[in-house]
Design a protein around this ligand. Structure first.
Ligand code: HAM
Length: 425
């Protein structure tokens, strides 16, 4: 075993998987930029205080943060998510509202690694700051939905809830506390600990022992103010109007403390329940204020790239794009012809690779096959002298022929570019 390996929960993404990651972000950018979102690129590190605003009752803040004191004595953290960073950025730059932005990149959470759960993972997401309109919640959810469609995923389920206004939420949390405390003996020891910190999160417990108490717990809808109820009704009506299917999930509280009103989650139908959240989001009116800005509504989501690709594998969609080149140059006459040919062809947009180290013809032809090229351009000392090259089609059915020579032709070096352009059309 090598002396150094990636740390737990961190992975090298190698080609061709890395090309798939880049394509994922390109498809996302395409979907959201068509809806008027511009890319924001906050730093990987922020003052720890920025992320503490996510809420000090959340695991993300209390247990999972990668934080340290830098050489200047600042207490900083690697971002566990980007919503707080985007709000900090909004307060710092005061762009015109509504500010519609998208992002992509790595997040860091010190979690227990398992399939679909890593310590460094990637998200793509959008945030809209400065507009309090239920139609915007609908737009945000619809863009997430459209993105999954663009990937080809079909087994994605949208769960929807509303946590109401801050007062509704406070009254609800209190009612939950009373409910669970009055049956505390029936609660699992883990959930008792959660209850002391954040009664809402008890609803997230997947333990069998907690199920009956969770089922009999009060529902948030009973605590919705008139305004919260009408906002939620408008969101549902908007989703109905554009035929996006959803299920109301009154126990959907999500892991972050800043949510108000609409919350939602996209669940993957093929994944284990512990990691089936492909993405999620909601409204977080109040977060900008807590970061020192003016009272500003906000809504957005983040989708986990790592997990969504697992779902794509499960459904057999959105595979890694081909990285094959078009042409492979085999040069057994020293390599100078390969240098000039690859340079010329690349300058004209042809994808071309070559062999190095002056290997034998056989070994270079093997490399040509591995490259996925459809055409080999072959130069030996005879061709070099005659000012020609041999163009040989690869990957053709050659059962009936001597495959070393099937369909190959000699082409003048000066006519190679035109010849290949036609052949590759
Ligand atoms: P979140 O639910 O914490 O929300 O994360 C969003 C998605 O990131 C999850 O659904 C999951 O797919 C992925 N994810 C989270 N943790 C991990 C992990 N350890 N390994 C792999 N994937 C993971 C947020 O981050 C909010 N900022 C979303 C939001 C944006 N709300 C409003 N705007």
């Amino acid at each position: 075993m090598p002396e150094f390996q990636t740390s737990p929960g961190m992975r090298d993404i190698l080609p061709p998987e890395s090309a798939r990651w880049r394509r994922f972000v390109e498809v996302f950018a395409d979907v959201v930029e068509r809806a008027g979102y511009g890319q924001v690129m906050p730093p990987l590190l922020e003052d720890l205080g920025v992320f503490q605003r996510i809420g000090d009752a959340t695991d993300v803040v209390t247990k999972e943060m990668y934080d340290f004191v830098d050489k200047g004595g600042r207490h900083i953290a690697l971002r566990p998510e980007l919503t707080a960073s985007v709000c900090r950025s909004y307060v710092q730059h005061r762009p015109q509202a509504p500010w519609k932005v998208w992002y992509s990149g790595s997040m860091f959470r010190y979690e227990k690694p398992q399939r679909g759960r890593y310590r460094q993972f990637d998200q793509v997401g959008i945030e809209v700051l400065g507009a309090d309109d239920p139609n915007l919640d609908v737009e945000v959810i619809a863009l997430g939905w459209e993105f999954y469609r663009a990937l080809g995923l079909e087994q994605v389920h949208l769960l929807l809830n509303s946590l109401g206004e801050p007062d509704d939420r406070t009254r609800y949390v209190e009612a939950l506390r009373v409910h669970f405390e009055s049956h505390i003996d029936a609660l699992s020891p883990e959930s008792r600990t959660t209850l002391a910190k954040n009664p809402l999160r008890v609803l997230d417990s997947k333990r069998e022992q907690d199920a009956p108490l969770i089922a009999s717990a009060p529902r948030i809808a009973e605590f919705h103010s008139e305004r919260a109820a009408s906002h939620f009704a408008a969101v549902r009506a908007g989703l109905d109007a554009i035929s996006i299917p959803y299920a109301i999930e009154s126990k959907l509280v999500r892991g972050l403390d800043y949510y108000r009103h609409t919350t939602f989650e996209f669940q993957g139908g093929t994944l284990d329940s512990a990691q089936n959240a492909l993405g999620g989001g909601g409204r977080y009116d109040g977060l900008v204020e807590s970061l020192g800005g003016p009272s500003t509504p906000g809504v957005g989501f983040a989708l986990g790239l790592d997990r969504t690709l697992i779902a794509c594998d499960d459904e057999g969609v959105f595979g890694a794009p081909s990285q094959a080149v078009d042409v492979f140059v085999v040069d057994t006459a020293g390599g100078s012809a390969a240098l000039s040919i690859t340079t010329e062809l690349r300058a004209h947009g042809i994808r071309v690779d070559r062999a190095f180290e002056n290997r034998s013809m056989k070994s270079q032809m093997k490399a040509a096959d591995r490259s996925g090229a459809t055409i080999a351009v072959i130069v030996g000392s005879n061709e070099l002298e005659a000012g020609t090259v041999v163009v040989r089609p690869l990957r053709v059915a050659t059962h009936d022929h001597d495959d070393t020579a099937a369909g190959q032709s000699a082409v003048l070096r000066t006519e190679l570019l035109d010849h290949l352009k036609k052949a590759l059309q």
